[in-house]
Design a binder for this molecule. Structure first.
Ligand code: ZN
Length: 75
């Protein structure tokens, strides 16, 4: 197995899985809260493993819709 130095771990409290994706905290913060997921500390960048990314994906989608409606776009 190849090891990578810059490998990141999931930022979720007591998870520690390999991170699949990263987001800026402000983009995912409310989705995390709604999903009941706690993040370690208060980082600018949040790393999520596949499992936790899936967990917030639904909330992220919902938020995107809300955002679009707020701007009055016809969706
Ligand atoms: Zn995780």
């Amino acid at each position: 197995m190849a090891k990578r130095k810059d490998e990141s771990k999931c930022s979720v409290t007591s998870c520690g899985e390999k991170a699949k994706r990263s987001f800026s905290l402000k983009n995912v913060q409310s989705a995390l809260v709604k999903s009941g997921i706690n993040i370690e500390g208060n980082p600018k960048r949040v790393y999520l493993c596949e499992k936790h990314y899936k967990a917030i994906k639904k909330e992220l989608k919902k938020e995107k819709k809300t955002e679009l409606m707020r701007h009055g776009l016809p969706f």
